[in-house]
Design a protein around this ligand. Sequence first.
Ligand SMILES: *Cc1c(COP(=O)(O)O)cnc(C)c1O
Length: 389
Amino acid sequence: MNSKNTGFNTICTHVGEIEDKQFKGAISPIYLSTSYAFENVDTKRYPRYFNTPNQEALCKKIARLEKGDAALIFGSGMAAISTSLLAFLKKGDHIVLQRTLYGGTANLVNEEFNKYGIEYSFVDSQKVSGFEEKIQNNTKVIYIETPSNPLLTITDIKEVSSLAKKKGIITMIDNTFASPVNQNPIELGIDIVIHSATKYLGGHSDILAGAVVSSEKHIEQVFNLAKNLGGSLSDFTVWMLERSIKTLGLRIKHQNKNAKQIAKWLEKHPDVKAVYYPGLKSHPDYTIAKKQMRGFGGMLSFELKEELDASKFQQELKLIKSSMSLAGVESTILSPSLTSHALLSEEERKRQGINDGLLRFSVGIEEKEDLMNDIEQALKKVKILELEH
Ligand SMILES: *Cc1c(COP(=O)(O)O)cnc(C)c1O
């Protein structure tokens, strides 16, 4: 399993697994001890040191999936993000970040960084020139997220990472939306890859977790802060996440296929005004997406024609559930302006192109015909309501 050629689904199923020597069971046993006898101080095991047997096993698998040398898993995506950022930034340093970020990441920067004396600049354009303009002498990190939430805009990973390399700046990416099935940023020059494992890695809407993948040296730097901040993941959840990842390749490939076909169908639909999906030729970043992604993911957004009420439409859906989170095997939908992006001012939402009628659709593994039928029946109901008015 250590061969460079081991295929993706084989890594998902087997890499890192703990052999059950006692009973010869098929899966990794779970070790819940918080106390282990130790031979010397350097090798003592403790869950907050990120080195229980199950944590180490899962880290091997996630590192291999993201083509890094080492990984750390955390109690949440935000624990992974905050620890990674603070591990590479100190008082007087500067960071350049993409404007269209996961809300929690933007809040972390806006609400906390001043306290620590860390300077930051947001980039409005996702073109590499936009990032270059914001770089200062004290810039230590460039942070990107692609595809972004909720309009699925794409940042050119290779261009941004080579710009950073020239200037000796560390690059970090939130690779949650793409998942390692569709995109491996380390191969494109990124230093540190971060995941909210709550989303596609977990995939069943029952796990809160995060992951960081990088070189041994960078992971050590993240670990040195992580053990002090204490954001490690409980071994029960570690074990569940190992199980979930076994089907990662199968799930995402099916979600890619469903989302692409539904995006194409919505694009032609007379009741739909706009569809945002990086796998559509009409998407402004299609060319970059095609260059750096193997599949285009399970997330898409769309707007209905103005005369149709988007929230009524959402309420009329039966199979597709309204939900805050995303990336589960079940399809979910939300209105970013009322939920995930409600804390932004109306002006900021406009600037990012997030209209009130926009709907973000996390496409699950259900049969695509059933999802399309659900959308069709909800549209019919909304149109009848319009007529009655
Ligand atoms: C959900 C999410 C996060 C935060 O992860 P948590 O596990 O909720 O802490 C970060 N980035 C992206 C893109 C997300 O979707």
